[in-house]
Design a protein around this ligand. Structure first.
Ligand code: FE2
Length: 167
């Protein structure tokens, strides 16, 4: 039987990150995942309910957005935890913390879903911009870089959404 050596049985984390107490500004890194998880659920509702001539484009496009935002939320939450902050992700917490408006459940038409999601994408991006500003003020360039990457990734999705709506 293979027995790993003592030093390989423990997960190693970067020493600096392990020792560092979470700076107050990191509460900002705790927030975007909540909003991102809320938006993920709203995108899935649009994915399930969309009807109309744009269905063949929108159904897979909405799924692509859902996968993208799940990845961003994961990366941001893991950054927060790496630095000693908390990752809030339960449905109860997200329902309390997210400032996105609720998604109207009765919506079915394709163009209406595009309009509703475009508004929510803007709100999500505003939150990321705000989080990045606070990270910069806290002199945490690495978290700010992660948020910059998240912003540029998600701005591309907002463009895909609007371009599809113009068709
Ligand atoms: Fe699906």
């Amino acid at each position: 039987m293979f027995v790993p050596k003592e030093e390989t049985r423990h997960v190693r984390i970067p020493e600096q990150a392990a020792r560092r107490a979470p700076p107050p500004h990191l509460r900002v890194a705790e927030r975007p995942p909540g909003r991102g998880l809320d938006l993920h659920g709203q995108i899935k509702v649009a994915h399930w309910k969309v009807r109309g001539p744009l269905f063949p484009s929108l159904h897979p496009l909405f799924e692509q957005f859902a996968v993208a935002i799940a990845g961003l939320s994961d990366a941001i939450a893991e950054r927060a935890v790496t630095l000693g902050a908390r990752a809030y992700g339960t449905a109860r917490h997200v329902a309390n913390a997210s400032r996105l408006p609720e998604y109207p459940q009765e919506t079915v038409r394709d163009l209406e879903h595009i309009r509703l999601l475009a508004d929510r994408f803007d709100a999500y991006l505003q939150g990321l911009h705000q989080a990045r500003r606070i990270a910069e003020e806290g002199d945490d360039g690495d978290t700010a870089d992660l948020l910059t990457q998240a912003i540029s990734d998600f701005e591309k999705n907002a463009w895909f959404l609007r371009a599809t709506g113009d068709a």
